[in-house]
Design a protein around this ligand. Structure first.
Ligand SMILES: [Mn+2]
Length: 202
């Protein structure tokens, strides 16, 4: 069976005065990851993102954590998004759309994605606490914004209900993982086609 022309993987290296990042992704992986951002909770979330999307990820970050986690989280979203965009190439053969409701204990989060090339984020989740350990909960949205913008995803994430902030964050990442993994999967019936009546996805 013809699958795709070539491997869907990419490496991005990004260095600024605030962060130094190397990201490698393989879209046709098995969910293996090696993550070291220096931010424990964020590593835990990225590990979930890889595991449940089946995208292999190597992410190494040296960020200005003496200031706070903000630059590290946002810039990791930028670099990971750029790597996914690069690995997607023309977006040929992908299923393009996916959505699901993801449950975890008391918490339910809905995600829907269009791997369209057009960046747009709707993020509706309110956290009961400002911090999870030392991690600022507002950085969850910062990461999703950077990822959607740079990967070219129309992404909607809504926490429908839930009380525990760790669970709310984790369901956002796991729901993203599942919809992204499903939407970038190759549909063998259209493996040679770009899934748009325009004939291209930017
Ligand atoms: Mn957890």
């Amino acid at each position: 069976m013809a699958v795709t022309a070539g491997r869907r993987d990419a490496v991005v290296e990004r260095k600024t005065k605030e962060t130094e990042i190397r990201v490698r992704v393989d879209l046709d992986g098995t969910g293996r990851s090696s993550i070291a951002t220096g931010v424990g909770f964020f590593d835990h979330m990225l590990d979930q993102l890889s595991r449940h999307s089946l995208i292999d990820m190597e992410i190494a970050v040296k960020g200005d954590l003496h200031i706070d986690d903000h630059h590290t989280v946002e810039d990791t979203g930028i670099a990971l998004g750029q790597a996914i965009r690069q690995a997607l190439g023309e977006r040929r053969g992908i299923r393009r759309y996916a959505s699901l409701d993801l449950a975890m204990d008391e918490c339910l989060t809905r995600a829907a994605v269009d791997v369209s090339g057009r960046p747009f984020l709707v993020f509706r989740a309110e956290f009961s606490r400002h911090k999870i350990g030392s991690f600022d909960t507002e950085l969850v949205q910062e990461f999703f914004q950077a990822l959607a913008q740079n990967a070219g995803l129309t992404l909607h994430v809504t926490n429908l209900y839930g009380s525990n902030s760790h669970h709310i964050a984790e369901t956002c990442f796991k729901a993203l993982a599942r919809v992204l993994g499903d939407a970038i999967a190759i549909d063998p019936r259209q493996a040679d086609l770009v899934p748009s009546t325009k004939g291209m996805l930017a």
